[in-house]
Design a binder for this molecule. Sequence first.
Ligand code: SF4
Length: 1021
Amino acid sequence: MKQFDPTPEQLAVINHRGSHALVFAGPGTGKTETLARRFASLVADDGVDPGAILVLTFSRRAAEQMLERVLLRLRQRTGHELAVSELFVKTFHSFCARLLDGDGPRIYERNLLTPIKERLLWKGVAQRTELRSFEEDVRTSPAFATDALNLIAQLKGQGVEPEMLRDAAGSDPRLRDIAALYAALDSDRKRLNLSDFRDLVKDALAALADSGSPASRWLRGRGGFRHILVDEFQDSDRLQLRLLEALAGPDPARANPVPEICFVGDFNQSIYRFRGATPENIAEARTTFACRVLTLQTNRRSGQAILDVANATPGLDSKSKTDAEDPTNRGSVRLVRATRPDAEIAGVCDAVAGFLAAGTPAREIAVLLRASEPYTSLIVAQLDARGIPVAARPTAGFLDDPAVDAVLTTLRLCADVENADLWTRLLSNPLIGFGRLSVRLAFDAARRTYVKNAFVALTDNPPVGVRPFEDFLRAWRHVERESERADVASLVATIVREFDLLRPVRESAASPAAPIPGWDPRSSPSRVGALVEAARDLVATSRALGQGRVHYGRFVDDIEEIAGLLSDPFAGPAQESDGVRVMSIHAAKGLEFDVVIVPQAIDGVLPQHERGHALLTGASRLAVTRVAPAIFARENDAYQEECSLWYVALTRARRDVLITASAADDDDIELPLSPFTRPIVNRSEAHVRADGVMARPREAGTTDALPQPRSPIVYAVDHLSPSSVERFLACPRRFFYKDVLRLEVERDEETTLLGSILHAALAEFHATERVFTPAIEMSGAKERWREALLAHVERATPISAAKAGFRSDSSFVRYQLALARRFAENYAEWLVAETMRAPFDVLACEQQLVSNIGGVPFMGRADRIDRLLSGGLVIRDYKSGKAKPSSLRAVRAALELIDRGELVAGDAPDGLTLQLLTYVPGAEALFNERVARVEYLYARDKDGAQTITTDTVAIVDALEAADASAITRLELNRVLLEIGAAPARALAAGDYRAFWTAREIQTCRFCDFVRTCPGALAVAP
Ligand code: SF4
């Protein structure tokens, strides 16, 4: 194992004592090594008993690696060899199981709820539970089972019990159905005394809460743990955090805590939220445990060029961004665009061949994919065809494995013994060993003597193979007898034994045998084992459910579904397996390679845009978040997880990264380049470049990443609206689709319903309530306005809901109504305060305005225009969402960009909106009075809390703005002309050569044209 001198930051983690610690550990910073050395230091320097240190990981592989490293460092520091049983280096689940066992003999009889047992329970539950919203064919489908069980697993991880979900569901029929299924499944699980991994944590928590439980007694008896080291903390879920809190005792934030917990995690590598991981735990633990924050940022793995691109990934937490320890170690990052997917796949395989030819070992090359299929299969097939070894994937080829095929064909034959095709298939299986031609000749000979029975045909004309046919027949008769009386578990075991399907294992142990087609010495034995286990699970569960003997026919019928459950779809190839790694980015977490190739760097693939839930509507999801706020990634979190996937993929590489992307799909539809590639496109140094060169000179099928120049565009805009200007500022390509091509967009009624309710209610309210000056009776005004507003909200809600196509009694509409009511209450308060602070009269609501700006007509509708008692107009606009950054600051930033000769459109400063400023000339013309200020009223503050927040821009006549909240008339005119009217004037003059695309991928997230557009950065100005 590689020795290393700890860096100062690693020493800080190793030697930290006296408080809990939260270590932000970036990729390649040696966190396993650092934790192992901390363990050894606690033992060797502080005299801590090794058994009093608990190390928790999230996977068995990580626990094994950690244990190996801890033993090594302990040996080095103490000079003693420790037995594994003395150490507590465990996964969360195995630790919980140990905890539940308590003292002495293992008294807690756990029966693990394997995925197969769970699926069997599910089938019964899905059939007998009365559901309102899922049809019969849906509820019995494997896809429904997978989606529903995933959701239930996530809920469990957040500590949500079936009853909690039922209560949160209200009248939402889908959620009520899921809650009913969850309850029925949980009841069966408890009745059969089965537990899955999450149940183990839950049970352990319950046991720790009971001071008389075996778990509590055991923990007390051994004096608890003095130190806890938690690896990959970003992958923890709520229950796991609660478990750590329980272990920490009543005052987790005290000084010199016992146990002292060292949390190690990397928010930037959080990619398992869909499995229940809750990266918010990092922030929560920091506060709850009053952690000292430490960082590991020296990267000993990747070249700096790779890290430069990885560190440019949006939204990273800077505390765990890393830099190469040796900055002269640059590494390389290249981006290649191919014309079509087949050219891209060929290019990837060329590159692999090139790296191999240059001396990189096959196992040091990884092809990492965001969306596995069909690319994975196509790349593997092409590598296979070129004779390039590919590491075996546990999930691939299960049903094609000759041992598995022999078992399944035999089971089918038991039910259909005269089927000649099945006999041919079984006998010619390479593990059974009869020649296909010989079997066919046997059937031909039988046919000539009019023998139709397949079995008789074979016994009359024995085929020739690696063993006498008589031997095979003897084995077959045993199998046949077993099929008549035994259950499928015994039958599968009998087939494996009688046909000696594990013979290659024995033979290769004695002497290397000739390769058997399809047999993989690293994965075939475990596949046979998994098949036997699956059959046992089926039998055990059926017995427990009182369903009697399990016929093998049922096993065969369900085998495809069962095969899909036998291994983790996100697992990578076995470590000992040789060959090029072709796998998902998820599977690559924690691994490293000399070379990483990331195909399909396409916007929509990486990052994925949509993560609609297969089972739940938006309203159902909202209801779920009331009991499990972390369960559904908020829009931003989902995008952040895509960023993390990109970051994880890149930081697996030590030396070379190759990114590939097809320019168009098989139907010639343009494919947008992933915005994550922007740092590559924007750099031209030798180590980081966008070009068409793979591992060998460019050839047909690859193209440059950068677009070609175009002719000037001349287009006459007849008028502009504030929203068309905003579209242009956000992305000229979006303006092109909507305002030039006039493409229809689907309204997202879910996101606009609250706005519609508020606008309708406020328009009605201010139709009668117009005076907000001390002239009115102020006592009781707030209550009066509040009641009137609430009444308008109640009236507007069903009307707006009906227009948007929602049922008024749906939980979504009820939730929107609750938000609107809250707004009404806040607004009444705001009105009272504003009446005291800056009294006004309402002049107009929903007022149509036309402004002429530099010869370009602007049309729009102002939500409200007020006249201040102190003089001057106020134009106000209601916003139902979260407050944006100051519009004035954004306007000034935009003017600075213009002053520097830079383009604003497509890369506009955050919060830039001209909406109310463009109304100013029209309002002044209509009311013949100066506008003193414009004001946006947001329903929520920037953190999302429901409180009215204003963004006000005063308009002053002075040459210089009086303060940061005012704009001068001079600036206003510049804004209107140089930003507002500029696109129309430039398009008329033919100043643009393209409707270029946005520069930031975030801009595309709320765009209606993601399916039409090549995406951010695809088209240059
Ligand atoms: S998808 Fe992105 S680049 Fe394309 S139009 Fe929309 S915002 Fe612009």
